[in-house]
Design a protein around this ligand. Structure first.
Ligand code: NAD
Ligand code: UDP
Length: 357
């Protein structure tokens, strides 16, 4: 963004900016989406209970965008009255809903907590929206709703059969949203099925900051690079894939954040609801990602081949055609960009946001 444009947005009068409630806005994808919102002249109103994030991320969003006016409300989305009060106080026009728990393994050991957070939390937000008269919601769903591939790439018409409680919570919220929009109420919904978001803002100021040992590939690789982990365990090298390791469709978090703005504007412009894949359409193996990260960072990533991780699928990737048709959106950043920006974040913040807390 040009400096002049940034100053213009930063100096927007608070009453002129259109306000968007962002539950889970302090998290990984939420903070990147807040950057895009501010840069396009919206005012994000963040609600987060910081169960998996730090308020420092929003301070960094302010640094990146040159604004000092992002309200942050520490609250749980299950507090329906509070959600309604916040929507009314800030006159929010729409909700971009990121708040939820996302660790697949943990969801199998603590399923009720996942249903309570992700399903009850979403129900609470929808109740609050109805009471406060907020009409548009963008929802973070996941490719995990598809389950074992019947065909690839996954199109939006692929059967839905999640294989773990986390995926079931996303599926359940999708059903709830579909029933709601089919009813007489005038809420419309954009359901976004993300593939594998990685990378960080190119400034290196915000990025993914998992608690404890990362479950996901990219943060694990990046922590090996900065010496926080001795080596990467590659879960399985005997899959029926080109090099035997698992294949996924990785998407740069900045591309993903941009898609939220396009989806939001589509919802605000027309009454229709939609469900759409957000992926690149290309699959990369674990070893492809490791090689690209080594090239981008100049660090060698020690790795060991380990057993397959229970519940992992061998390979899947998105059919991104409908996103282009519906939203005019497609990914523009490459695996090299994802690795470069992940490294900028990890090398500048080896311990995540911890040092600033
Ligand atoms: P994240 O954990 O970084 O962000 C989620 C945020 O929600 C965190 O800030 C957390 O503190 C907050 N939160 C959780 N429960 C809450 C509650 N009850 N009330 C208020 N705040 C609460 O995760 P992320 O990677 O940014 O994911 C955002 C959303 O996208 C999640 O719903 C996730 O399930 C979904 N998603 C993520 C991925 C991925 O790989 N990162 C893939 C598909 C879908
Ligand atoms: N993976 C791995 N080692 C790790 C974490 C992940 O080999 O420490 C593999 C995993 O088996 C899968 C791919 O990397 O093939 C992506 O896994 P991730 O957990 O990032 O995403 P998801 O499984 O949710 O698609």
């Amino acid at each position: 963004m040009e400096q002049g444009q940034m100053r213009r947005i930063a100096s927007l009068d608070r009453d002129q900016a259109r306000r968007i409630l962002v539950p889970g806005g302090a998290g990984y994808i939420g903070s990147h989406t807040c950057v895009e919102l501010v840069q396009r002249g919206y005012q994000p109103v963040v609600v987060d209970n910081f169960v998996n994030s730090s308020p420092v991320s929003i301070e960094r969003v302010c640094q990146i965008t040159g604004t000092n006016d992002i309200p942050v409300i520490e609250a749980d989305i299950r507090d329906t009255k509070r959600m309604e009060a916040v929507m009314r106080e800030y006159e929010c026009e729409a909700v971009i809903h990121f708040a939820g728990l996302k660790a697949v393994g943990e969801s199998t050991t603590d399923p009720l907590n996942y249903y309570a957070n992700n399903v009850q939390g979403s129900l609470s937000l929808l109740d609050a929206m109805e009471s406060a008269g907020v009409k548009h919601i963008v929802f973070s769903s996941s490719a995990t709703v598809y389950g074992t591939p019947v065909f690839l790439p996954y199109t939006e018409e692929h059967p839905l059969a999640p294989t773990n409680p986390y995926g079931m919570t996303k599926y359940t919220v999708e059903l709830m949203l579909n029933d709601l929009v089919a009813s007489a109420c005038d809420i419309n919904a954009g359901i976004l099925r993300y593939f594998n978001p990685i990378g960080a803002h190119p400034s290196g100021k915000i990025g993914e900051d998992p608690n404890g040992i990362p479950n996901n590939l990219m943060p694990f690789v990046a922590q090996v690079a900065v010496g926080r982990r001795p080596h990467l365990n590659v879960f399985g090298n005997d899959y029926d894939t080109p090099d035997g390791t698992g294949v996924r469709d990785y998407i740069h978090v900045v591309d993903l954040a941009e898609a939220h703005i396009v989806a939001l504007e589509k919802l605000m412009a027309s009454p229709d609801s939609f469900t759409v894949n957000l992926g690149s359409g290309t699959g990369y193996s674990v070893l492809d990602v490791v090689k690209a990260f080594e090239k981008a960072s100049g660090c060698e990533i020690a790795l060991e081949f380990a057993e397959r991780r229970p519940g992992d699928l061998p390979a899947y990737w998105a059919d991104p055609a409908y996103a282009l048709e519906l939203l005019g959106w497609k990914t523009r950043l490459t695996l090299e960009d994802m690795c470069r920006d992940q490294w900028a974040w990890q090398s500048q913040n080896p311990n995540g946001y911890l040092e600033d807390q």
